[in-house]
Design a binder for this molecule. Structure first.
Ligand code: CTP
Length: 339
């Protein structure tokens, strides 16, 4: 029986391979069922035995899960199924009250339910799975992207390239999500954006840091760069380029995740305070003065967006491209712009 005033601790496990906003939404819902969320990240060996090899190894999957703002504690090398021994450990050592999973069936290779024991113990709760996104879907999009790139390379100036280069200068800053991502038509509701948001603007004397980029296939390198950026000030504002801007700079086959999907992944990151959904490529003085209150530092971040991108490469790239400049003193100050 739960002691009075003891926080409710909930446990969610998963592979969290190619972490996406569906996983983040699951973690958000799980956290809402208790006061503290403990996440078990399944070991590479267990994933191989139950589903086939993951794309991202345990250490990267751990970085991604730890970066989600609703996560309080992470357990590495969790088992794929809730065994008797592991369930005891969760209850006795980690003081877990409930074990949580999405409402999709989680069946083991022998046909049994991975959460049967937790259900039998009356300690299982379910959250709603997010439709329209999965790791398998992302891998499919990546394969399509590789195929398109191969076709466009072989035709040199293929019709696809022409389609996306033609008239880009006019479309570039239109602020729309564009047609660069032709696979996903995901559109978030305002409620989902609010659920993912912190709902707080910067304090009156906050040092606001701005960083922009595509943040396609949000990965461990992005997390690290956002962590570093956040440490430079008190409030991190992230500009996310629209799909046309990303296509124009990276090639017609990019981005793989559309503007809204990329925005939710960035918003779920614990280092991020606010995002601009569809930020312009150029950071103009007007934009700086419109958004920034006291002093700011602008980090121009162009990630090259390779799959399985490594932290070291990201940091090297970042260091080369970072530029900081103080806010112009004569700029009009609009204090409550972000609040
Ligand atoms: N989840 C979810 N919505 C999704 C994908 C996953 O709510 N679109 C939830 C799962 O139900 C689970 C948790 O996220 O509770 C971790 O999922 P994971 O073990 O990574 O595996 P999958 O369910 O197979 O997710 P995916 O297909 O994306 O790999």
């Amino acid at each position: 029986r739960r002691k009075k005033n003891k926080p409710i601790r909930v446990y969610m496990d998963g592979c969290f391979d190619m972490m996406h906003y569906g996983h983040c939404n699951a973690l958000r819902q799980a956290r809402a069922l208790g006061d503290q969320l403990v996440v078990g990240v399944v070991s590479d060996a267990e994933i191989i035995a139950n589903k086939g090899p993951p794309v991202t190894p345990l250490n990267e999957r751990m970085i991604m899960v730890k970066a989600v703002k609703w996560v309080d504690q992470v357990i590495p090398d969790a088992p794929y199924a809730i065994t008797e021994d592991f369930m005891r450990k969760l209850f006795d050592d980690y003081k877990i009250d409930y074990i949580i999973h999405g409402d999709d069936p989680c069946v083991l290779p022998d046909g049994t339910d991975a959460y049967a024991l937790a259900k039998k113990a009356g300690r299982y709760k379910q959250i709603k799975r997010t439709e329209g996104i999965s790791s398998t879907d992302i891998v499919g999009r990546m394969l399509l992207c590789v195929r398109e790139r191969a076709i466009s390379d072989s035709h040199n100036h293929s019709s696809l390239q022409r389609q996306f280069s033609h008239g880009h200068s006019q479309k570039f800053e239109d602020g729309g999500s564009g047609s660069g991502t032709r696979v996903s038509h995901f559109l978030p509701t305002s409620r989902r954006i609010v659920q993912f948001s912190n709902g707080k603007g910067p304090g009156p004397d906050a040092r606001i840091v701005y960083i922009d980029g595509a943040f396609d296939l949000f990965h461990a390198g992005h997390v690290e760069i956002l962590r570093v950026a956040r440490e430079l000030g008190d409030f991190l504002l992230v500009g996310i380029h629209n799909d046309l801007t990303v296509s124009a700079t990276r090639g017609a086959h990019r981005p793989i995740m559309n503007l809204h999907e990329r925005s939710l992944s960035v918003l779920a990151c614990r280092y991020v305070d606010e995002v601009i959904i569809g930020a312009p490529w150029e950071v103009s003085k007007d934009m700086v003065s419109m958004y920034f209150v006291t002093s700011c530092c602008v980090l121009k971040f162009l990630h090259n967006g390779l799959y399985g991108f490594h932290l070291f490469a990201v940091m090297n790239f970042f260091i080369k491209l970072v530029c900081g400049f103080p806010i112009p003193t004569k700029a009009p100050v609009q204090k409550n712009q972000l609040q």
